[in-house]
Design a binder for this molecule. Structure first.
Ligand SMILES: CC(C)(COP(=O)(O)OP(=O)(O)OC[C@H]1O[C@@H](n2cnc3c(N)ncnc32)[C@H](O)[C@@H]1OP(=O)(O)O)[C@@H](O)C(=O)NCCC(=O)NCCS
Length: 163
């Protein structure tokens, strides 16, 4: 398994993982099926300095992806980034998420960012556990600010100091 910057040719694999998370989980708060064009925008948006889009690949198969980018558009937030990490179903629980997030933290630190923020559906134990295991701390829960699959969702903020 290798972690490297995402390229255009990785996008169909990234799309498959993203589409599964939309259809089958509360990790992404929409029912709208994602498109390849949307994933192209993701890659373009995370290709500038101070941002990153990574993939984990096993041979030709994209088994995970992760990114960080601006937490907020206003310039006072410019030293803070928001991350995301997704691992292909069937490959979860084997260390891929940890490798991706570790690499995101190293690259964001090298980019001189100060804090990384994760916004996580509060009951997503795998994601909360992953972030906690890499030094993220709880920064509060917003109750019932989202909805999917006919129920309210709570949003957990977790933060990690980078530099
Ligand atoms: C959350 C996710 C990225 C974790 O990646 P992963 O490759 O499955 O996790 P790893 O195998 O690297 O596990 C790393 C650590 O995370 C924690 N963890 C992983 N799965 C867990 C689970 N089901 N319950 C609790 N903690 C878990 C553990 O601390 C684990 O360390 P350990 O194996 O030493 O105990 C992955 O499960 C996933 O893509 N889930 C669906 C999409 C999603 O929820 N993305 C995050 C949106 S915020």
């Amino acid at each position: 398994m290798e972690i490297r910057p995402a390229t255009e040719s990785d996008l169909p694999g990234v799309l498959e993982i993203h589409a599964d998370a939309v259809a089958n989980s509360t990790a992404i708060w929409t029912d709208e099926p994602p498109t390849l064009e949307g994933r192209r925008e993701w890659l373009t948006n995370h290709s500038e300095a101070g941002r990153a889009a990574l993939v984990a690949v096993d041979g030709d198969l994209v088994v995970g992806y992760g990114s960080y980018g601006p937490f907020h558009a206003k310039e006072g937030y410019r030293h803070t980034c928001e991350n995301s990490v997704y691992v292909r179903p069937g490959h979860q629980g084997s260390g891929i998420g940890r490798s991706l997030l570790e690499t995101l933290i190293i690259e964001a630190t090298a980019d001189d960012l100060h804090v990384m923020v994760a916004l996580i559906e509060a009951e997503n134990e795998a994601s909360v556990g992953l972030h906690r295991s890499l030094g993220f701390v709880d920064a509060g829960v917003l109750r019932e600010v989202g909805t999917k699959f006919g129920r309210w969702l709570d949003l957990r903020y977790m933060t990690r100091a980078l530099s």
